[in-house]
Design a protein around this ligand. Sequence first.
Ligand code: URP
Ligand code: ZN
Ligand code: ZN
Ligand code: ZN
Length: 478
Amino acid sequence: MPLPERSGTLLIRGGTIQTAESALRADILVRDGIIAAIGDGLDTSGADVLDAGGLLVIPGGIDPHTHMEMPFMGEVSSDDFRTGTEAAVAGGTTMIIDFAIPEPGGSLIEAWRVWSERAKKAVCDYAFHVCVTHWSASVASEMETLVRDHGVNSFKHFMAYKGALMVDDGVLLSSVGHALSLGALCNVHAENGDAVAHLQKTLLERGITGPKGHPLSRPPSVEGEAAQRIIAIADVLGAPIYIVHVSTADATDAIGRARANGQRVFGEVLAQHLVIDDSVYDTDDFRSAAAHVMSPPFRPKSHQAKLWAGLANGTLQTTATDHCCFCAPQKANGRDDFTKIPNGTPGIEDRMSVLWHHGVRTGRLTPAEFVAVTSTNTAKIFNIHPRKGNVSVGADADLVLWDPNGTRTISAATHHQRVDYNVFEGMEVTGLARTTIAGGHVVWHENQLHTVPGSGRYVARPPFAPICFPHADTGAAG
Ligand code: URP
Ligand code: ZN
Ligand code: ZN
Ligand code: ZN
């Protein structure tokens, strides 16, 4: 079928709408970028028709954790907002939340402006978490301005990367407490940065300079300790907290215990950590091992069952990729010292397929849970639901015609990510995006991109997400 979009009105006919709640056989009428009607026998005169027979129609994926063109560890991540979002839509993701990172000691609002400028070439919608990397009265006041005037409702903190992005407990207490008063959610990279720096130093002193040193410098307890600490800090303050890229049983258990005690703790897991283990470091091929250097590192296989169970039982709510690409020449900066290998791996194009293949096809997740953990939960936590992560009248027409039986082989030779490797190389996956619709436009159809740079829009996110701040919309005292 040729690209059907001509008139601005689109009829998606014959598919099964799969949401986080239910599955329903119905047609969808899209007009002016919005879902205008759902049902059978819709008045569709003049509409272009997309045949969704045999396909599921799901909300476009939302990746809440990406790093496009990010300056980091002396390099700039190689996917920019155009190439990275093109890869996203090719894989069925129609919105990203990236991270705006201030210069050392610099302005948060300036960082938001810099990232806003870079993102102007995005081909799907986007938003920004803004990073708090130091503390002062001006940081506090800028957080307030970002929430009030710039549609920011989440702030990110690194407990690792000592000497660069890391913040200490004092900053965490100040920032998480202030965010609470603003109705904003704090995100945390939970690894004990002092422990990492200590282990890195002793490993280098022992002559361990290759990529094998990377996982040794960041054992699971380094993540488990930091997760428990930030959960305790959030508890002291009575604040919700969101832990990014949970990769261990240790951190998953900590989140589970806190949630069982009634704390509003949310956990994100990366597609990569769900299926790739630490055997990737067990090679003398520097290029291959360095390609897998990311933080937290890949873990012993035994952790994966806990992560999958966490997604299924609600301990972990979201899936992401931490998409952060560095090509081989960039990774080579750390040839003689693993601590200088730029950290990060690609993933944005393959998250949805990996989750369907290894989650739904294996029976670990239901199709409804797949939708919940790939879009709906993220939309709720970051307060853009029901506009996003949903198929309902009035919602943005960010939709994927998902082929639950379509098969493809993942490879850097065919992917759209601007990076020279793929951590899922050679993986045969079942479940793929046949057609992706972003903001009412067909942007991916029959293996072809139909994107327009700059067509993505900034999505302002209001504070006080009900799922994070349950008292806020009831008027009840906290
Ligand atoms: O290795 C990673 N994850 N790189 C990106 C920065 C971060 O920690 O999220
Ligand atoms: Zn991180
Ligand atoms: Zn990250
Ligand atoms: Zn209360």
